[in-house]
Design a protein around this ligand. Sequence first.
Ligand code: MG
Ligand code: MG
Length: 644
Amino acid sequence: MRRSIATVSMSGTLRQKLEAIAAARFDGIELFENDFIAFNGSARELRAMCADLGLGIDLFQPFRDFEGMPDDAFQKSLDRAERKFDLMEALGAPLMLVCSNTSPLALDDAARSAAQLHALAERAAKRNLRIGYEALAWGRFVCLYGQAWKIVEQADHPHLGLILDSFHTLSLQDDPAGIAALPGERIFFLQMADAPLLPMDVLQWARHHRNFPGQGQFDLENFFLQVLLAGYTGPLSLEIFNDQFRETPNRRTAVDAMRSLLLLESQVRARLQGARDAAPAGPAHEAAARTLQRIELFDPPRVPVLDGFAFLEFGVDDDAAEALGTLLAQLGFTRAGRHRTKAVALYRQGGIQLVVNAEPASPARTRFDAQGPSVCAIGLATEEPLQAANRAAALLSARHESPRGAHELQLPAIVVPGGTIVHFVPSAGGAVLDADFVAEPDSTPALDAGLVGIDHMALGLAPDQFDTWILFAKAVLGLERGESLELADPFGLIRSSGVANAARSIRMVLNVSLSQRTRTARQVNATGRTGGGVQHIALGTRDIFATMERLRGNGVRFVRISANHYDDLLARLDLDEALVRRMQSLDILYDRSPAGEFLHAYAEPFADRFFFEVVQRKAYDGYGAVNAPARMAAQEQNAESTKK
Ligand code: MG
Ligand code: MG
């Protein structure tokens, strides 16, 4: 399909927007009139700039308050339209968007609207231009695509067609099923936008909170499917009004935009293929088969089946390597080997593998120099590492090539938003790392603390990274989004959302601080706003009481939880008092769901950068978010008492 995007969707000057859009390989743009009005060049110069970048100007928008007007206002609007037609000719823009009238002067008269749009289309036809009519969700008399279509049908002019916009249809909870019955050649343009479901005024919602397909909660697959079944073959375009996108670096926004379209195309392609191949063959089968023949939809390698975290790698220097090694030994990890050629150590416990990388001049060390000790790479286990990396590349992730010594293992790797590296590791990944590491002869095994696997990781993100990460996790890794929560830190709100695979072998929590004063914000800012830093690593155990006693005995320091918290726990939940007091003695937090239970405890931060969490999960699908405020308050109070 031809892929397009409205210039209003990005930050920057018009020239910068166009360069970012071209770099993400769009075919065309919707030129938002305000961007042109503020542009320091002529229409012909803009046309040449777009041509140089390989971009067509697919649509000129918006032309407002035109149809259904009293006669004198209508005549003035025709004059206004002629001037904009002059401009469109100079720009080489073939199509004008006319959105449904919001003026208090507008009349509730569909026949009048049809006649006036016919007259406009007649003028446009003389210049070989076309008019697309779009129902705005807040239009005075026309707010549904069905109403707009009736007017277009009645106007009956070949240079007049319909423009569909998913936001207007889905924000009003209008049923898109009727679109499939429209004649596809009369749909002149398709605009897609997603959005979170927010109970608010539709105009404010539309102007500030739209986002890219896959970032919100609308059913865009179904909407797009209906449009394709109608026979539409024109551009697939994005028109996103979003306050955050107005400040996000536009190269990233453009990549997110393209990634969202590629994912949407691939999802709808899969649905059409499913319908085509379903038995018994019927009319739905025929329609799906015809649609697949008519239009080319993006077809990336399959979503990889992920089998868990194969390893985590920390970027450190020599001092931090020693300090982290001490902490890991206290946590029950055995130093299992050192790298054949590099200053890198491997630690193991249960199924957990942690790599501590202090190699000078390595990407890990560069990361350490920039932001202190941090998780610089993540290994994800999968049966098909190459396929996983190929999907990521097809969906616009950058590949990562590690500097590699002789006989060293090469794992396909990508750079994820924020700069962390993800390696795709063959399942049965333990043996894979053995190839690069040799056993340390003098290493004595640590006393195992019963930690068996990586339960989840939490990332602290800059606010503008959140939508980028949601889309990346969904498109590239096939992770599903859980519910979003807002949690109270002593110094502001944290927005938190889990992403996990269907098997729940990969779980991540994305945390964004809405305040600049929280620990999360301070940590994210310490990373130079690259974002995407691992904040905490949750290690799973099957017996948290035994594990905590062992770890305490080893000298691991845990965040002290207020006694008041446990009194409240007893008041809220029907729990055995002796059990709660035992939790209290070990600073273990507790949550439960209808089906299960979650017990967890937070170790004190390492070098003020990240911390470990110990968790025991019993048929429970969340992350103990209800307890995060207790943890955040405890961390601040611990810091306060240390200072005294
Ligand atoms: Mg629109
Ligand atoms: Mg956690």
